[in-house]
Design a protein around this ligand. Structure first.
Ligand code: NAD
Length: 353
């Protein structure tokens, strides 16, 4: 049994779906169901005894203590976080509360639980903390990609809160010996992505005939990884990563934002052309840049590749095509998110609010 936090969110939901498609080991999913938590993404697991959902906060110490005592997980994967940079600029407090204070309370509960384990259960236990490449700050055009030893220089309230959580996780290994693993991953894309983030926002706005807002000159460079490749990396690190180590995860796909938007538009032109036959790229509108916007992120993923043999299965071209097709095939999921109806799923599925 593993405990996965934040598994009603984008990556967590993909992780649980993938995990249960490949393994029979049950998952307890602890999620607070913020605006970003959507149980509809896990609809296909309805009635599957291997998935148990618990509505709650990682910072609720007595709840987490009780869950650990009841389920005795062999591992914890911590996805729970506030994750949207723009929201962190407008209201940083939730980010500090969940990403820093919440992670701290979770670590305290896990330290107590792990301290009570014995023998192989104690030796084999793992706490895997899912983090981001944004903790490393920004790169110039000619700089080498981030490695695991790059100094942390977070620039947004979001990345600062994730950096703080990474440091806590590291300290719990060095101070208490807790067997932790940290992954720092580049930008994910794929199914079940909340349409406030770049790629789903562009798909959804394009199909609705709305403007496609691109920050600044659109030349901010990100590395992109298909979400299922991130999930396979996490499974691999959980299985074979060395406690106390961090692993960078990336797709070797550095691309400027404007190229991402143009690629999405071209795929939509092919797969779902506009009624008037005009290209979707005509909807692109440049808007004022985000304050403090990092210019470039790039990941050196050689450590996880060489040490653990992981590499992504998708290229950007195959992954982005699958993603656009998924949004075209799942209009009901998108409509429920846009109408806010997805929030009713907890009541429909679990009879609670
Ligand atoms: P998301 O915002 O889609 O999902 C976050 C989930 O956490 C939601 O279901 C939310 O309800 C839950 N949550 C929030 N606060 C909680 C709390 N206090 N207790 C319990 N649950 C809580 O985020 P995501 O994109 O799936 O990202 C998951 C993790 O991966 C985050 O830690 C993020 O920093 C990291 N990450 C994301 C990306 C990316 O591109 N999306 C890249 C690298 C790392």
């Amino acid at each position: 049994m593993i405990l996965v936090t934040g598994a009603a969110g984008f990556i967590g939901a993909n992780f649980v779906l993938d995990w249960l498609a490949q393994l029979d080991e049950p998952v307890v999913n602890l999620d607070k169901l913020t605006y970003a938590g959507n149980l509809q993404s896990l609809e296909s697991l309805q009635g599957d005894a291997r998935h148990a959902f618990v509505h709650g906060d990682i910072g609720d110490r007595s709840l987490v203590d009780a869950l650990l005592a009841e389920h005795r997980p062999r591992a914890i994967v911590n996805f729970a976080a506030e994750s949207h940079v723009d929201r962190s600029i407008h209201g940083p407090e939730d980010f500090i509360q969940t990403n820093v204070v919440g992670t701290f309370h979770l670590l305290e509960a896990v330290r107590a639980y792990w301290g009570g384990l014995e023998g192989a259960a104690k030796a084999d236990f793992r706490f895997l903390h899912v983090s981001t490449d944004e903790v490393y700050g920004t790169l110039g055009a000619g700089d080498a990609p981030f490695t695991e030893t790059t100094a942390y220089e977070p620039n947004s309230p979001y990345s600062a809160s994730k950096a703080a959580s990474d440091h806590l996780v590291r300290a719990y290994h060095h101070t208490y010996g807790l067997p932790v693993l940290t992954t720092n991953c580049s930008n994910n894309y794929g199914p079940y992505h909340f349409p406030e983030k770049l790629i789903p926002l562009m798909i959804v706005n394009a199909l609705a005939g709305k403007p496609l807002p691109v920050y600044g000159d659109g030349m901010q460079i990100r590395d992109w990884l298909y979400v299922k490749d991130h999930c396979s990396a996490i499974r691999r690190v959980l299985e074979a990563g060395r406690p106390g180590e961090t692993y960078n995860v990336g797709g070797w796909n550095e691309k400027p934002n404007i190229e991402i938007v143009n690629t999405v538009c071209a795929l939509l032109d092919e797969l779902s052309p506009r009624a008037d036959g005009k290209p979707y790229a005509g909807q692109i509108t440049y808007v004022k840049d985000r304050p403090g916007h990092d210019r470039r992120y790039a990941i050196d993923a050689n450590k996880i590749h060489q040490e653990l043999g992981w590499k992504p299965a998708e290229t950007f071209e195959t992954g982005i095509r699958k993603t656009v097709q998924w949004y075209l095939d799942n209009a009901a999921w998108v409509a429920a998110v846009q109408s806010g109806d997805y929030r009713n799923w907890i009541g429909k599925q679990y009879g609670a609010t």
